[in-house]
Design a protein around this ligand. Sequence first.
Ligand code: NAP
Ligand code: G4F
Length: 373
Amino acid sequence: MSKNIALITGVTGQDGSYLSEFLLAKGYEVHGIIRRSSVDFRERIAHLEGTPNFHLHYADMGDSMSLVKLVGKVQPTEIYNLAAQSHVQVSFDAPEFTADVDAVGVLRVLEAVRTNHLEKTCKIYQASTSELYGKVEEVPQNEKTPFHPYSPYAVAKLYGFWIIKEYREAYNMFCCSGILFNHESERRGETFVTRKITLAAARIAQGKQDCLYLGNLDSLRDWGYAKDYVECMWLILQHNKPEDFVIATGVQHSVREFTDLAFKHAGITLKFEGEGLNENGICVAVENPANQALVGKTLVCVSEDFYRPTDVVNLWGDPTKAKNELGWNPQTTTFEQLVELMVRHDMAKVAADAEAAKVRTNLAEYLEKGIVK
Ligand code: NAP
Ligand code: G4F
């Protein structure tokens, strides 16, 4: 049997790291694309570097030649195109870069496969998104729901979706989109709303932060666990024909609900009062007696800084097709379990960071006093 060789763009990201672990466990040879950065530590995949079957290569989604050369060298049997400027709010500040990487980047990957004459042997997974539904035209959203992108990010991803479909039909390539709804984890970037909340809840519970500033608390999302979702990326490429799939839990919650539950897991009970920009989350009870001084304090505030020029506010996925045709279970990790595991992780992280800071402070003091030379 021929060897399974995967090429992952976006290998250093949240999904890239989980997908690498998943494919390595299945016996794949995994190749990942990295960009040159001034910092050489790749936190999410550091534990994989140096392991057999895991290889990293410099390339960039903005550099066709690097992609053509790499695809020719690696000869992948599956490509997972996860690389993107993936932050919706940032796409309003850097729309041209977002379009280059998230839209034209997809075309570059497809053309790299064609240039190397691998159309018949290499399957391609494209990381599409529920943001395509944007200013939603129906709830819940499924594979037939019309798209209405509502940010520069979503417009760029819409091009990616259609160019994948076009190459599938024009050149008979096995290329598919996973239309993934929001998925989170302990490895989620710290400026996405869920991780921002779980880290802040942990810091506030440990006296490291006074208040959490958020934008639209009414926004609704269908949040799943990233580790469960990477399995679907693989399942989509193992399906007997190339098709697009919605991947979601089928359950919807607001940013306010996520915040409330995250603080609860950090031992803080909140009560929300007021509306819009004047809404606040006030501490009404604490589990840890050492935190008694927090009671009565405003711990969550709304700030205009985190409102978007256009915001997607009602995402709710219908994963029926993935469930029936891929045999995937959308409820492997529930919303409640997801929030709990993220808070538990961040409580430990904040405590460990505090310990490390203490050691650094002690060391600085010992150096100053000449105790350590
Ligand atoms: P992420 O953590 O932000 O990771 C993005 C990855 O893309 C990183 O590895 C990043 O590399 C890489 N990248 C960015 N620009 C690049 C470029 N010019 N050349 C090469 N690599 C580049 O994103 P994620 O949450 O794992 O999401 C993975 C994919 O799924 C993205 O395409 C995202 O848009 C899409 N998606 C995500 C969700 C979600 O809820 N997470 C939902 C639907 C779709 P650096 O580490 O060097 O920055
Ligand atoms: O966590 P978010 O930044 O994720 P968003 O915009 O839904 O995008 C993520 O999911 C998409 C799939 O639907 C992916 F395609 C995309 O790559 C990314 O992974 O924001 C979620 C919601 C938004 O409505 C936002 O307005 O939370 C609201 N929000 C409220 N306060 C906030 C904040 N978002 C952020 N990032 N920070 C806040 O303070």
